[in-house]
Design a protein around this ligand. Structure first.
Ligand SMILES: Nc1ncnc2c1ncn2[C@@H]1O[C@H](COP(=O)(O)OP(=O)(O)OP(=O)(O)O)[C@@H](O)[C@H]1O
Ligand SMILES: [Mg+2]
Length: 273
């Protein structure tokens, strides 16, 4: 069984005016289908990438996988568990919340600016009661910082004292604090300079190797995706129009939209080894 299985995932947003306004104006209901019948699976320890233009439904899928947004139809199974199963007990819900972590595009927005880095890293450890002993918790914070290429004295600083790349490292450390199995990376390097971007991508790859992590990696940049993914799914207007192993899909794209994305990434040859 795959580690992640998304089946027929669909999410609609009701953008209609309130009914009484519709009564007066005669306007029709307006329902946007942001994600339409998307199915894919991710094997444990591999990276599945979703690529697609802005508004194609990537983040909506990410949120449904992370259990923060319920699908209108369809379901997601993570290691055999479904966040939206009404029979899922609290212990399993908590275990899923711990195992599935997200890393976002803007680390500044996702790190509390008033908290020191040490406290930011302690928060998930405390929330999930992961370590009882204070000294061991402190050691764990240092270990997490070192894992992402930062150092012990960074724990007394605030988010604004770091560069974008360093802040993204801190977000990754915070995700790692929970001992996750699946990390959903939603455009994790889109806000970074190209050279810093490469460092963060390499860090993510190393951490995957060391910890056997499974990634859902989201980007609009096919060149970035080609360096990260085992498998790629191409999203267009909420639908998965093409899917395949990275090398096969890049060498022999089938869908016109995939061909267009490839044509728009002229440097991709340099990334394909
Ligand atoms: N809470 C919401 N209410 C209404 N519409 C929404 C909501 N969230 C997303 N949408 C719409 O759903 C569609 C998909 O949005 P989504 O954020 O998933 O796209 P995306 O592929 O992540 O785009 P980007 O690359 O810009 O991040 C868009 O048309 C968006 O406007
Ligand atoms: Mg998005």
């Amino acid at each position: 069984m795959s580690y992640v299985t998304a089946s027929g995932l669909t999410r609609q947003y009701d953008l209609s005016d309130p009914w009484f306004i519709r009564m007066i104006t005669g306007r029709k209901a307006n329902v946007l289908t942001a994600v339409n019948q998307v199915s894919f699976s991710i094997e444990k320890g591999t990276t599945y990438a979703l690529v697609g233009e802005s508004g194609s439904g990537k983040s909506t899928i990410a949120k449904m996988l992370a259990g923060v947004l319920a699908p209108s139809q369809g379901s997601v199974q993570i290691d055999g568990h479904d966040f939206n199963n009404p029979r899922l007990d609290n212990a399993n819900k908590k275990m899923l919340r711990q195992r599935v972590q997200m890393v976002f595009q803007s680390p500044y927005a996702s790190l509390n600016p008033r908290w020191k880095i040490g406290d930011i890293l302690l928060e998930p450890i405390n929330a999930f009661n992961l370590i009882e002993d204070k000294a061991t918790r402190q050691k764990r914070v240092i270990e997490l910082l070192e894992q992402v290429g930062m150092s012990a004295h960074d724990q007394t600083k605030y988010p604004h004292e770091f560069s974008g790349g360093q802040r993204q490292r801190i977000s990754i450390a915070r995700a790692l604090a929970c001992h996750p199995e699946l990390i959903i990376c939603d455009e994790p390097t889109s806000a970074l300079d190209v050279s810093v971007q490469a460092q963060v991508l390499n860090l993510l790859k190393d951490l995957q190797q060391e910890n056997g992590l499974t990634y859902l990696f989201i980007s609009h940049d096919l060149a970035v995706i080609s360096t990260m993914a085992n498998k790629i799914g191409v999203l267009k207007d909420g639908e998965l129009v093409e899917e395949g192993e990275t090398s096969g899909l890049l060498a022999n794209p089938q869908h016109a939209y995939t061909k267009m994305l490839l044509a728009a990434a002229p440097d991709i040859g340099a990334y394909i080894s």
